[in-house]
Design a protein around this ligand. Structure first.
Ligand code: ARG
Length: 588
């Protein structure tokens, strides 16, 4: 469905042309002087030179042809040459009704459907999820929903860190604690038994212990490195243990991500890419892309236009071991073979940007990825504590994600039950929903690339630019609609009416922006722009609500018109928060 600004633009363009001017300058934008008008066009200023005329004269010529337009209520040429427009109310109401009739509220699905792989989450197996993984999960999940809403095919891949040193550490420590397990037998042949010889609780304790111990004891570290090497080279008993670690850890990760309302289509990881490495390396050598530099195998990825030094991509260390670059390249080989994506998007800490520049260049240069496949890096900033330093626990340790979420839910529960009586079960459910909204909105309302301060008091507030405020607004609308129904009204058939109040029109105008805002959001992959929009919409609604007797309105037509508008606003808000990855409770 066409956007509101596009309707205006068509009219203005026609007027430019009727007046004898180049219509391609008829760009219409939201007014930056909302006190004067709703939309504006600055094209007359740009054309002054070409036509050797004062911009105000051009603007006057154009507005003369707009006086009759059914989309405009009024239009005015203003010095030095602005064309200021106010939207016609009947047209606006028609537009809003059309939105309401559409399944996606006026958003058109793409005509060029792409297959997109979204690499996000990036959890490391056997290590607990920490808040650093939170941003990738929250931003990635939202992007997944946004791109899908546009009609693209999105495959979300968690891309587990499941092949590194942490595995060697856990295996080594298990060997100390349970040396009699058959897996440590060098000649282990058997299929591994069903039962894992440890629980998630054990793993959570073993990893930090082993990691700390290895830092202080060289020989232990050497053992762990050797175990990693042997695992990667196929020692059977270690492979079996690795499977156990994977199973135990992944089911725990699924639970944790589930609590965040985050899901993945693929639970693949670095280990899955390993079989692709030998042929890839062979190809790079054979075609002359790779060369030996100080014993290591590397591919140069410098480009002439570089303003800073881009070091070569590291393919193999001098001992023949694969690296992070290698694994990400091999993963691209695998993705190409299995899925042939049109685009791969990575949602990763922005401190890894250089790594991705190298990998992307190398993948293109060596032909792993076809020229027209898009590789996109969405780097996010750090979540800091109130002291401006990376978020920590009170004791100064790394905060585990599960603990963070628990803390938020507890805080929310207190808030919700403070001055009200709510059944305990409902209170808990609500606390979870509101807590998640606080957490996700607090994160997503910041531009991804920026660092932000995690401030629970602020995020959990029911006022201001917060998730709970948005939920509260939705709940308020729901409750009005429910009361209307209880009194015998039918929400579904209520029709939008021509607004006659200022706050009512403002609300309708704000609602009408949805498809325009959404398209900017998908194009720029910028969920924070959804947040900014829902906040404006919620504020505009609340102003209308405070100024208007809605259910108390005596004129039934007027009342049902209000209801139709409210139900549109509710749908927009609910769709938007769904795109952000959370939902509203029935009451709060
Ligand atoms: N596991 C990595 C980490 O914790 C993130 C993985 C990001 N994705 C990728 N394809 N490299 O830092």
């Amino acid at each position: 469905m066409k956007k509101l600004a596009e309707f205006l633009e068509e009219e203005v363009k026609a007027a430019f042309e009727k007046a004898g001017y180049d219509g391609s300058y008829a760009k219409v934008t939201l007014s930056n002087r909302p006190d004067l008008c709703e939309y504006q066009c600055n094209g007359a200023m740009a054309l002054a030179k070409t036509y050797r005329k004062a911009p105000i004269m051009i603007a006057n010529d154009v507005t003369a042809h707009l006086k009759e337009s059914h989309v405009l209520k009024s239009v005015e040429a203003v010095n030095p040459g602005f064309i200021n427009m106010v939207v016609n109310e009947a047209f606006l109401a028609e537009f809003a009704q059309a939105m309401k009739n559409e399944e996606k509220l006026g958003v058109d699905e793409t005509k060029e459907k792409k297959k997109v792989i979204l690499d996000f989450g990036g959890a490391n197996v056997a290590k607990p999820l920490h808040v650093g993984h939170l941003r990738s999960a929250v931003i990635g999940e939202s992007l997944k929903r946004i791109i899908r809403f546009k009609g693209h095919d999105v495959i979300g891949d968690v891309h587990l860190g499941d092949w590194g040193y942490q595995m060697g550490l856990v295996i080594t420590e298990l060997g100390k604690r349970k040396p009699d397990l058959p897996y440590f037998d060098e000649n282990f042949e058997g299929e591994y038994p069903q039962e894992a010889p440890f629980t998630i609780g054990d793993l959570e304790e073993i990893y930090p212990y082993a990691s700390g111990y290895a830092k202080e004891h060289e020989d232990y570290k050497a053992e762990a490195l050797n175990a990693t090497f042997e695992l990667q080279n196929g020692r059977r008993g270690y492979r079996a243990l690795w499977r156990h670690i994977m199973n135990v850890s992944v089911s725990d990760l699924k639970k944790n991500y589930g609590n965040l309302n985050v899901t993945f289509d693929l639970w693949k990881g670095e280990a899955d890419a390993q079989p692709y490495i030998p042929d890839m390396v062979e190809m790079m050598k054979e075609k002359g892309f790779a060369h030996i530099d100080q014993g290591a195998l590397v591919v140069d990825v410098k480009e002439e236009s570089d303003t800073k030094e881009i070091p070569p991509c590291m393919i193999l260390k001098s001992d023949g071991a694969a690296l992070y670059d290698t694994t990400d390249l091999a993963t691209l080989v695998e993705r190409e073979e299995l899925y042939k994506p049109d685009e791969v998007i990575y949602v990763v800490d922005k401190r890894q940007e250089l790594h991705f520049v190298q990998v992307f260049r190398c993948a293109k240069k060596t032909g792993i990825v076809p020229e027209n496949t898009k590789l996109t890096f969405i780097g996010f900033g750090t979540m800091n504590g109130k002291d401006g330093k990376p978020f920590k626990t009170r004791e100064g340790g790394v905060m585990r994600l599960a603990d963070l979420i628990q803390g938020i839910n507890d805080e929310m529960l207190t808030k919700i039950t403070e001055n009200r009586t709510v059944a305990p079960e409902e209170a808990e459910e609500t606390a979870k929903l509101v807590g998640l909204a606080a957490l996700k909105y607090g994160d997503l309302s910041n531009q991804a690339a920026k660092d932000y301060i995690f401030d629970l008091d602020k995020f959990a507030s029911f006022e201001g630019n917060t998730g709970p405020y948005i939920l509260y607004t939705i709940v308020r609308i729901k409750s009005i609609l429910n009361k209307y129904k209880e009194n015998g009204g039918v929400v579904e058939t209520a029709k939008i009416r021509v607004p006659d109040g200022e706050a009512e029109k403002a609300l309708m105008l704000e609602a009408a922006k949805f498809n325009g805002v959404f398209d900017t959001v998908v194009e720029e992959l910028a969920p924070h722009k959804i947040c900014a929009y829902v906040y404006d919409l919620a504020n505009t609604f609340n102003r209308f609500y405070h100024e208007t007797r809605i259910l108390g309105e005596e004129d039934e037509d007027r009342k049902s018109g209000f209801i139709a508008l409210l139900s549109l606003v509710k749908e927009i808000l609910e769709t938007s928060i769904d795109l952000l990855g959370f939902e509203a409770p029935e009451r709060m």
